[in-house]
Design a protein around this ligand. Structure first.
Ligand code: JN2
Length: 840
């Protein structure tokens, strides 16, 4: 540390670079950490012993650890550079990273060292770690998946770099006020962010608006100029992504928008100085806020700006780095791959064409050959409302040159379609990237498929449905492009990190920690399945995790959860297809049984539901209100006391899930079959020994395959049955023929849960009783009630439950993102693993 400062003083401009950058490795022992911590606390942050603000020690620890990452980061970069290895760039509008501190300690294996250091310094590590803000730069599944992917790539030593946006405001914070969701801004950078490194030297310039001009250049070649643009600067901020105890630190590069220094001279000279400066304000708005609409599109201009900003900045950055070590693009496609996280960064396909043709003077065919060999597209949804479309007039106004390129891509593509299906005009209309209509639209998913060499879904069923349904025409044309990559979650954060007691137990019984990098080793636990000691410890750990969850529920919801009860949990975004409604209908059914005295063989339950509703999604918000009102009535009814508790968990996020999933007995995965592309919460619960009650949807199918039918509570229609029974669906009939269901509906209709607000829940009742109910909630209700009864019986058989719980954890290895990333790499990226030079 001090040596470094000295050599800095001696530095002169003409010294060779090594003199500047060679530094002795930093100590990884208690004393070195404590010294470094004190240095940052006192010198860099300028705090004294009287300072009470908790975020200073947090920051000092952050810097201390970041320094250790920094050394490994540099080694990793050099290793990639020296080997000139093939790279992948993961382009995503969302990276839902959560907290970095404990993850960093876990991966650098510094947990115990920091504990000791803090003990000596008289600081409470847990309290300090708690003050870190979540990096909530994502909505839900898609964003968290990107974060888990980066973790696994670093651990597998794959040269993968993430590119995203540095939103000033992340996912909104949710408060519940009288049962209603209230959104608050998430100004997560307010106290600074010790994990980011600004890299202004790599700033890029991004064009918007303007018009195109065609000129013949001095070589006699027709050239396109995109002029009259209003440019915005993109400044990169790098976040280190450490692998697990392997010396690798990969990069997540996030772009921040900034105004250029140019002023509108006309306005400026006419005396409107402030107006001219104010104009520049709009530039910075591009990365101001994350769009909070999980899985629905609203076609807002700012969103398209964000998408192009990310695409253009990232591609220009990759090209800049490429040209530092290569003379031309002849090997570019062999050495680079872009993975598009849904259609959100898909404008990259047109942007890369533009850069190659307009800026680097390639012919169309050369440019297309390169572009279509390095783009790969992942689809994350089958919901029609989530399929991105952009109006052609908006596109033309904002990105005129890109629209021209998209039209050219489309015209060449449609010629291929016409060759494949001669005379089939309908097919051409169906498959066109441009949807005709009063306002023509650019279909981004079609652009993504046409421009990519790989198209994948995120679970077996999802990929099958893409091939047979949504993308069937494209599948017929290019079957070889399509492949499945079942999602996963990182076992570092979602088992070893969030469940340290279970980590210890597993390690003790497997005999080493290797399972954290090779989850298939969990199957070694099978031989302990019937050992009394192991089982008792398993139960004890679950109980201890339930106690921690109960404390959190008490603090956040002011509801008392008794750890003897079954902890029944559904946490995910609030959406009709996820059917939180089905869950609360079942709760009402249980309450009716209590009221009717039907409590023989009763299993006590604590039901926890959490998740955010998109701010404009009225039905989802009303569902939150219903859950809150039902909770309020049940929790205050002495008759239900001890038998049933219900809580709505406010502001569900990554950090909350780290407490919730280890303390859960029953994981609710109850979407209408065919609607949940994969799900990843289901995997986190399974890894932590929860049992699943679920439909045959998304990755649930594969979870059940892995754990076995006996260890999974299945209910409901299959995806096929859902589609085949749509026109016969008669919810009123179902109500009339089932007295339990009838009782639940009557209870709702009576206004029992909305005494002071009559009609409040009418929209919900209407949707349940609507024969065109997209989500067919009542079709599965009887089957759900019966499966829940099986759950209750199984929970009373403690022996059976414990066996099932252990079986879930030890069968969960498929759902590690290490497996997912190996598959992406084998089938799509084809990267060599590159080990960084080890420090110490
Ligand atoms: C998504 C899919 C998802 C979206 C999100 C507008 C739209 C968007 C679009 C986000 C926005 C922001 C399409 O629902 C699936 C899960 O089943 C799956 O597990 C995860 C990960 O593959 O992806 C979810 N889809 F402004 O989040």
């Amino acid at each position: 540390m001090y040596k470094y400062c000295n050599s800095f003083k001696l530095m002169v401009k003409s010294k060779p670079v090594d003199e500047l950058t060679i530094v002795p490795p930093l100590g990884m022992d208690v004393e070195s950490l404590s010294n470094c911590f004190r240095y940052y606390y006192n010198h860099t942050l300028g705090r004294s012993k009287d300072c009470k603000a908790i975020h200073y020690p947090y920051k000092a620890l952050g810097y201390t650890l970041r320094d250790r990452l920094m050394e490994r980061w540099k080694e990793t970069r050099s290793a990639y550079e020296e080997t000139d290895c093939k790279r992948t760039y993961y382009l995503s509008l969302e990276f839902l990273m959560g907290r970095a501190l404990s993850n960093c300690m876990l991966n650098l294996d510094l947990n115990e060292t920091v504990q000791k250091s803090f003990y000596q310094l008289g600081l409470d590590l847990e309290e300090i770690a708690e003050c870190e803000q979540d990096a909530g730069l994502g909505n839900g599944g898609l964003g968290r998946l990107a974060a888990c992917f980066l973790d696994s790539c670093a651990t597998l030593q794959l040269p993968v770099k993430g590119y995203g946006l540095r939103y000033e405001y992340g996912m909104f914070k949710q408060r519940i006020e009288q049962g209603h969701q209230v959104e608050e801004t998430d100004h997560w950078l307010l106290n600074g962010n010790p994990w980011e490194l600004e890299r202004p030297e790599y700033t890029q310039r991004i064009k918007f608006g303007g018009y195109t001009e065609y000129h013949t250049n001095n070589k006699g070649k027709m050239t396109v100029y995109w002029n009259g643009t209003r440019d915005v600067l993109a400044i990169p901020y790098d976040i280190p992504i450490p692998g697990f105890k392997n010396g690798t630190v990969n990069t997540l590069r996030l772009w921040k928008a900034a105004a250029t220094d140019e002023f509108d001279l006309d306005e400026f000279n006419s005396g409107s100085y402030t107006e001219a400066v104010e104009e520049k304000n709009s530039a910075e708005h591009i990365t101001m806020v994350l769009y909070p609409n999980d899985s629905s599109e609203n076609g807002k201009e700012l969103r398209l700006r964000q998408q192009y900003f990310l695409a253009s900045a990232s591609l220009q950055d990759v090209i800049r780095e490429w040209l530092m070590h290569h003379d031309d693009f002849s090997e570019f496609a062999q050495k680079n791959c872009f993975q598009l996280n849904d259609t959100h960064p898909t404008v990259s396909i047109a942007e890369f064409m533009r850069l190659l043709i307009d800026d680097y003077e390639h012919t169309w065919d050369e440019a297309w050959s390169i572009t279509s060999k390095c783009m790969a597209y992942t689809n994350h949804t089958l919901l029609p409302e989530a399929l991105e479309k952009w109006s052609v007039p908006l596109f033309k106004c904002l990105l005129p040159r890109l629209l021209e390129i998209i039209y050219e891509i489309n015209s060449r593509f449609l010629k291929q379609v016409a060759m494949h299906w001669p005379g089939d005009a309908a097919r051409i209309r169906q498959m066109s990237i441009i949807e005709e209509g009063p306002v023509p639209q650019v279909r981004m998913a079609y652009l993504a498929i046409v421009g990519s060499f790989s198209v994948n879904g995120v679970a077996a069923l999802h990929t099958e449905l893409l091939e047979k349904g949504l993308f069937n025409n494209f599948y017929q044309l290019w079957p070889e492009k399509f492949n499945n990559k079942t999602n996963g979650v990182t076992p570092r954060r979602w088992l070893a990190g969030c469940n340290p007691e279970l980590r210890q137990l597993i390690t003790k019984h497997i005999g080493s920690e290797k399972w954290i990098k090779d989850l298939s080793q969990l199957s070694k636990l099978e031989k302990h399945l019937n050992k009394k000691d192991f089982r008792n410890q398993w139960k004890k750990i679950k109980l201890s995790n339930k106690a921690k969850l109960a404390l959190l529920v008490k603090a956040e919801c002011d509801v008392n959860f008794n750890t003897d009860a079954l902890f029944d949990v559904q946490v995910k975004r609030i959406h009709e297809y996820k059917r939180q409604l089905l869950n609360i209908l079942h709760v009402i059914h249980l309450y009716n049984r209590i009221k009717a005295g039907d409590t023989k063989n009763w299993t006590n339950r604590c039901v926890l539901i959490g998740g955010k509703a998109a701010p404009g999604y009225a039905m989802a918000k009303l569902t939150i209100k219903l859950i809150s009102n039902v909770a309020e009535i049940i929790n205050n009814d002495p008759q239900a006391d001890g038998l049933l508790k219900v809580a709505f968990f406010p502001n569900y996020n990554v950090s909350a899930m780290e407490v919730i999933c280890p303390g859960t007995d029953l994981s609710e995965q109850i979407s209408t079959a065919g609607k949940e592309a994969s799900g990843t919460g289901n995997m986190k619960f399974m890894m932590n020994g929860a049992l699943t009650i679920g439909t045959l949807d998304g990755a649930n199918i594969e979870i059940r395959e892995e754990v076995g039918d006996d260890n999974f509570f299945l209910f409901g229609l299959t995806a096929e049955e859902v589609e085949n029974s749509r026109n016969q669906y008669n919810p009123v009939n179902i109500i009339n023929n089932d007295k339990d269901i009838d009782a639940v509906i009557k209870m709702l209709e009576s206004g029992y849960f909305n005494q002071c607000e009559p009609q409040l829940f009418d929209p919900i009742l209407h949707s349940i009783k609507n024969p065109y109910d997209m989500w067919m909630t009542l079709a599965d209700f009887r089957s759900y009630i019966d499966a829940q009864e099986e759950v209750s019986m199984a929970y009373q058989d403690t022996k059976r439950w414990t066996t099932m719980s252990i079986m879930n954890t030890l069968s969960s290895s498929k759902f590690s993102t290490d497996r997912t990333m190996e598959e992406y790499n084998q089938d799509i990226w084809k990267l060599d693993k590159v080990a960084a030079h080890q420090i110490k």
